[in-house]
Design a protein around this ligand. Structure first.
Ligand SMILES: NC(=O)c1ccc[n+]([C@@H]2O[C@H](COP(=O)([O-])OP(=O)(O)OC[C@H]3O[C@@H](n4cnc5c(N)ncnc54)[C@H](O)[C@@H]3O)[C@@H](O)[C@H]2O)c1
Length: 429
């Protein structure tokens, strides 16, 4: 990454190797011309409000002491407390956590949730540690970042390699330090501990809702529409089932074990059962195998990457024959692929909008925790649908108004909301 000429970079990042933060800065540059008078405040978006690096020492089961590096970054809290997951991964860096925290600011604002953006991470490969060791890492990390998190300050959630159990340990540690049970300090908790019904399916459900809206706008009837999905886990599996139940034809799915195809439509319920029993979709009955190249070049109405980053890239983008791409995963399309797909006439519904169903139900969980009053799953799904439809409509309207991609439109919508809040609050002191 070359030097960024228009603003000072923090000394703690390498200007020649900006990593994910560099990608985020380019995205901010791209929306700045659309911010009007609010552009005066744009530097706010280029600096995280607060970045905390902590040392996490724990005693391993073998009696030795290990140290891990942990981060919590609060990118922006102009519109509300920070919100964002905690990732356990051996390659986590400050640049990555900064970028992820900024994308959370954008996602929360794009869907109009009253949150800012934050993210956390610990440099650890959890596969090499026991449950007890991971509990100690989680608890010490929570204590170390305890001063800056809280239900009104910053609310962590699960991300890569963390789950509801991790959140239960975080909530318990925070509560013990506070001397009061504080369920609202994290979301994505077990339902028995103040978690929300519908949270597990929320991201896939949001993908389904925006996919349905985008298809409708493009004049594509959902009944019989072809759907191709990469990833058959929480997000991809839920989206596949909802499209299937709505009468669409899921013709191909890829997971880490391979690709399965059936031009007449896959039996998604049977596939879910097969994947659960066999650890993946490979070898499912009534399906034919496809190579990865064949998978990406299938003619389809909707293509839903819901697995990993960078899956649509310059090597395969030109072969894609999908009318609409719905980004279930975070960052599945590289900037080069974004340009190729757009110039080939494929509509891309960006991750910050398409996969925002998870943080939306996290917001519902936080609201329920504050009031200690819990909603039915039906009510949660209904409210989720209403918010996703409104978010999709407002981003689409901005895209049409400025003749820009939905990604740029989502950034315009979000950055405008954040900077309006910044301006009206004014600078302290
Ligand atoms: N779970 C959420 O609430 C949520 C919210 C927002 C965004 N996301 C994003 O959605 C994506 C998927 O998350 P998830 O929670 O469904 O994860 P998951 O672990 O439940 O499922 C991941 C799926 O991807 C597949 N996969 C892994 N490696 C693959 C490969 N090399 N090729 C093809 N498929 C592969 C796996 O087989 C699995 O089916 C991630 O990018 C995540 O950041 C998830």
């Amino acid at each position: 990454m070359s030097e960024h000429p228009t603003h000072a970079l923090p000394s703690y990042l390498n200007a020649h190797e900006l990593g994910p933060w560099g990608i985020y800065l380019e995205q901010v540059e791209r929306v700045t011309p659309y911010l009007g008078k609010l552009a005066r405040w744009v530097e706010t978006l280029k600096r995280p409000k607060r970045s905390l690096i902590v040392d996490i020492p724990i005693e391993l089961d073998n009696g030795t002491i290990a140290h891990f590096e942990g981060y919590r970054v609060q990118h922006n809290t102009s519109r509300g407390p920070g919100k964002g997951g905690v990732r356990f991964h051996q390659d986590v860096t400050l640049s990555e956590v900064m970028a992820l925290s900024a994308w959370m600011s954008v996602k929360s604002a794009a869907v109009n949730l009253p949150f800012g953006g934050a993210k956390g991470g610990v440099r650890i490969d959890p596969r090499h540690y026991t449950r007890g060791e991971l509990e100690r890492v989680t608890r010490r990390y929570t204590s170390e970042i305890g001063a800056i998190i809280g239900p009104n300050k910053d609310i962590p959630a699960p991300d890569v390699n963390t789950n509801a159990q991790t959140m239960a340990w975080m909530m318990d540690t925070y509560s013990m330090n506070e001397g009061a049970t504080t369920t609202g300090v994290v979301t994505g908790k077990p339902v028995s501990l103040g978690g929300s019904l519908g949270r597990v399916e929320a991201t896939g459900r949001g993908v389904f809702v925006v996919g349905r809206e985008a298809a409708h706008d493009a004049g594509i009837p959902l009944e019989g529409a072809r759907i191709v999905i990469q990833g058959f886990g929480n997000v991809g599996g839920t989206a596949a089932r909802l499209f299937y139940e709505a009468g669409a034809k899921v013709i191909a799915i890829q997971d880490h074990t391979g690709c399965v195809h059936n031009g007449a439509g896959l039996d998604v319920l049977a596939l879910l059962k097969h994947a659960e029993e066999h650890g993946g979709i490979a070898g499912a009955p009534n399906t034919e195998n496809l190579s990865a190249a064949e998978f990406w070049s299938l003619e389809t109405e909707l293509l839903i990457p819901a697995a990993l980053e960078g899956q649509l890239n310059k090597d395969n983008a030109n072969s894609v024959r999908a009318k609409i791409v719905i980004e279930g995963a975070n960052g599945p399309t590289t900037p080069e692929a974004d340009d190729i797909l757009t110039s080939n006439g494929t509509l891309i519904v960006p991750d910050v909008l398409a996969n925002a169903g998870g943080v939306t139900v996290s917001y519902f969980e936080w609201v329920q925790d504050f009031s200690s009053f819990y909603w039915s799953e039906q009510e949660i799904n209904h409210r989720l649908e209403t918010m996703m439809i409104a978010a999709y409509a407002s981003v689409s309207a901005v895209a049409k108004e400025h003749q820009v991609s939905q990604r740029t439109a989502a950034f315009i919508t979000a950055c405008t909301r954040i900077l309006e809040a910044r301006e009206v609050r004014g600078l302290y002191p």
